[in-house]
Design a protein around this ligand. Sequence first.
Ligand code: PA5
Length: 473
Amino acid sequence: MQNNIQLNLKHANILEQNVMQYADKVASIHDELHEKSNDEKEFLGWLELPSNYNKKEFENIKKAAQKIRKDSEVFVVIGIGGSYLGARAVIEALNHTFYNLLSKEQRKTPQILYVGNNLSPNYINDLIELIGNRDVSINVISKSGTTTEPAIAFRIFRELLENKYGLKEARKRIYVTTDKEKGALKQIANEEKYTTLIIPNNVGGRYSVLTAVGLLPIAVAGIDIDELIEGARFAQGKYLDKNLKYNACYQYAVARNMLYQEEKNIEILVSYEPRLHYIIEWWKQLFGESEGKEQKGIYPTGAEFTTDLHSLGQYIQEGRRNLFETVIDIKESETDIQLNRDEDNLDELNYLEGKGLDYVNKKAMEGTIEAHEEGGVPNIVITMDKLNTYNLGHLIYFFELGCAMSGKLLGVNPFNQPGVEKYKQNMFRLLGKPGYTETKKEIRTEVEKTSKKGQEEKEVKQAKKRGRPKKEA
Ligand code: PA5
């Protein structure tokens, strides 16, 4: 198979000789990652997943997808963060832009809807209204099996299905993707005998799109999951070369870190293809949760051009110079529209006669890269020859491995997300969840202690300034 993804650092003003200074460090992180890839505790299961996945589970996924496609007009995916973004990213990148708005006959696969990724009653009520009387199956995805947002959505949709179909038939329409043994969801699935798919122990949420987490919804959407894995397997082989000179994925990780050293601490993932909207969302989560810790890390954000050139474009061109962009350039659009001559030419567009719209889009991209580079915003360019299943498998692996390498270069653990717990604890305390109300007192006392101490320190400082030292506490 061929290499369909290329990296270009020219517009980021990054020289090969400077990248190569990281060669030894990169090689040693590469060895560390691969040596630990089978260690259950290391969350590195994704590293060799494309060549070493559970074939039986893969067949179960295909079988379940086939049944869902046959008996359901709507497929509801319940999950949050890494438990839904990957599936949505692949489905939306590879399908018709208005997939969910097409008629059943045009689509030929179930409408795919997502819930459990927010707590808005409006969202859930609107979704229920949209589903109406149509036949539905649901897939609840949660590795921990205890995440509040999907747990609430599951409770609501499970009840809905049970009321609609009765207990027995509802059971056949509920698919659970969770841990092999742990968590409340696994317990419910066992008791109710739901079809259950397993998330491998050593694969964390945001690295899990190529497991059942992503593959069941992707297969329901009619995408060839063999081809997706094949693309990722090609990438796995390609980026096994630890020589930085030949490893574009590691060069991307190094380039980000070099730019970060130059105070470029915001990275904008840019696309000129609206179908990549959720790839950007998935990427933001992958890099944000992996790197943003210990008060460090590049802030990952996204922009969709040319749309956002008319909103964020001004800031990118002339605002604070702490940005860099990573542009995904798709060389060949799946379809094109030729621009025809107009006799009146009132819109003065005849100079584009005979040109394809994709050509215009490409010129917008080239012009923007040039403008932003001149404006002090380095541009890393990732070129993909076509947006297809195989290349997307490659791109997913590229970003996963690039993220792991980048996090390690930064000196953080790219596989945990301790910060996510903080809001949950506060929310549970405010909701009065058993076991969390005590924390309230403890937290309050802690906060009071700290602010009292802070106040005293402030007073001592002020008194010193006035030349009348206050007795220190
Ligand atoms: O990347 C991660 O680990 C997280 O974003 C999780 O995917 C997210 O918090 C959902 O967790 P869970 O699958 O346990 O419900």
